[in-house]
Design a protein around this ligand. Structure first.
Ligand code: G4P
Length: 506
């Protein structure tokens, strides 16, 4: 019998967050190579192509050469089992990117040394902060001209309200960058040794004194609570600093954390298997209408053939063919432990936010809805298909493809997404699966907030803003606005109401 506690404590389930072009793909590739997984995974970036292509389950994916599938890359390193959950980034940025972050125990934040904190990084960081996920920072592209290192650290600290502590320090800058000094273990990590008289060594000595005087030492508790980030310097391209990062994840990267349910906390090492569905992928095989639900095992051991309770419906569900995903490949999962992610084929029974357990009637509170940033009105090409469209939109919104909003003034439905690829997926699936052809019209809105408050006051606000109020799938009211300035004005004018950027599902 496998030692459950030992298996769980060596799991490291993490994601890489970054702004496009900071080097996430390059770093992923280097990490997989260091973990010995690259042969199996194939190249993360196909040769000669700028964007990655890992699967081709859908026409748009082939046409545009981007991956819609959030894959899981599993490899062993330093005695640990790493599950690296891919967070789609460029044009494939979507709500799934956010949802994936609700299934990890830590995140590596990649920052371009010349650019500092960029918009997408900040957004993804905020999602991590919701759950106080520990963050490890990797400052990339040190082989190029960078910003002043101390100002960079200052920027991270002040703009993200996060303590920073350097774990390594760069030796030399730009073309002179040759490696790092490992502050935690007091050793050089360089390919060649430099004489004490080398300018870079002298600079290092001076800077380390400043570091010691100005920055807090590493504090494990503060890191675990998501308040302090250790910072690593490197160059993914030149493979500098990558193993330090992995060593750190193995040494102090958090193992699967306890997960909140509506009634109690579930510890990862509990015997009972529990799992949370955080993402649904439809039609990976275009010939079938099957869907894959991505489940994070939250406690215990999941075994193939196991019968589980689907808490939302109260029904039993047999896990006949749970699968491990491995970039392009899948394989049957005979056994998975807390921290692992498995794909569960089903025909629409499983939804985002669903809980599976061996017996207990508990629901995880894990996967929220995120306020969409792009709002489009759906234009139906054939008016005869209005009813079909309504049903199709409801089903696809339930699956989490887009968020669906019905205007209270009776106008055509509005769909909301965080990345435009979601609109392409919606359009393709409406056509392919329902035979409904649609287009999207712009709206005057660019921000959405769920509104709550005392009933009378809420109704008064809704009555006064009817044209900007929509109902979400659950019938909860959402207020739309054209700019953050206008939104802020409404918030300030209605202090008794609450405006939420995030809504808990369930
Ligand atoms: P992303 O996934 O975060 O979008 O970034 P990606 O790894 O695709 O890297 C973006 C660009 O930055 C790529 O160059 C990549 O080679 C480069 N890059 C990544 N890491 C480093 C680094 O440590 N140092 C330097 N100097 N460059 C780095 P590209 O020209 O846009 O693409 P390609 O022609 O290299 O494929």
């Amino acid at each position: 019998m496998t030692d459950l506690v030992a298996e769980i404590s060596r799991r490291r389930t993490f994601a890489i967050i970054s702004h496009p072009d900071a080097g996430k793909t390059t770093l992923t590739e280097r990490i997989l190579r260091a973990g010995g997984a690259i042969q199996l995974a194939g190249n993360v970036r196909a040769k000669g192509e700028r964007r990655r292509t890992r699967s081709d389950w859908m026409g748009i994916e082939r046409d545009r050469g981007i991956s819609v599938v959030t894959s899981v890359m599993t490899f062993e390193y330093g005695g640990c089992v790493f599950n690296l959950l891919d967070t789609p980034g460029h044009e494939d940025f979507s709500e799934d990117t956010y949802r994936t972050l609700t299934a990890v125990d830590s995140a590596v934040m990649v920052i371009d040394a010349a650019k500092g904190i960029e918009e997408r990084t900040r957004k993804l960081f905020e999602i991590c902060r919701l759950r106080d996920i520990p963050i490890i920072t990797f400052i990339n592209k040190m082989d190029r001209e960078s910003q002043d290192i101390f100002s960079l650290l200052d920027e991270i600290s002040s703009s993200l309200a996060l303590d920073v502590t350097p774990a390594t320090w760069p030796v030399g800058r730009a073309a002179q960058f040759v490696g790092t000094y490992d502050i935690f273990n007091k050793r050089f990590l360089m390919e060649e040794e430099l004489p004490q008289s080398d300018e870079r060594i002298i600079q290092l000595g001076e800077e380390l004194e400043l570091v010691e005087a100005a920055l807090p030492p590493f504090d494990r508790e503060s890191f675990d609570a998501g308040h302090l980030t250790p910072v690593f310097f490197g160059s993914a391209m030149k493979e500098i600093g990558v193993t330090s990062l992995l060593d750190a994840l193995a040494a102090f990267g958090p193992s699967p954390r306890a997960q909140e349910t509506e009634t109690r906390k579930v510890n990862a090492d509990e015997e009972q298997m529990t799992a949370l569905i955080f993402k649904i992928q439809a039609n990976m095989d275009p010939n079938h209408r099957d869907r894959i639900a991505f489940a994070r095992v939250c406690s215990g051991t999941l075994t193939r053939g196991m019968r589980v309770r689907h808490v939302r419906s109260g029904k039993q569900f047999a896990l006949h063919t749970p699968q491990f995903f491995f970039a392009r490949d899948r394989q049957l999962a005979e056994e998975a432990f807390a921290g692992d992610v498995v794909g569960i084929p089903n025909h629409g029974t499983l939804r985002i936010g669903d809980t599976l357990t061996e017996r207990e009637d508990i629901r995880f509170t894990g996967v929220p809805h995120f306020a969409p940033e792009i709002l489009r009105r759906v234009r139906l090409d054939d008016a005869m298909k209005a009813k079909k469209l309504r049903q199709a939109l409801t089903e696809l919104a339930e699956e989490g493809v887009v968020q669906l909003f019905r205007p209270q003034d009776g106008a055509a439905p509005i769909v909301g997404v965080v990345g435009t690829l979601q609109l392409d997926v919606l359009q393709a699936r409406l056509q392919g699966e329902y035979g409904v052809s649609v287009g999207f019209d712009t709206t005057p809105f660019s921000l959405a907030r769920w509104i709550t408050g005392e009933r009378g006051l809420l109704e008064k606000f809704i009555g006064a803003n009817r044209a900007a109020i929509v109902d979400d799938l659950d019938g909860d009211p959402v207020f739309l606005s054209g700019s953050s300035f206008m939104m802020q004005r409404s918030i300030d004018a209605n202090p008794e109401l609450k405006f939420h950027a995030i809504k808990q599902i369930g």
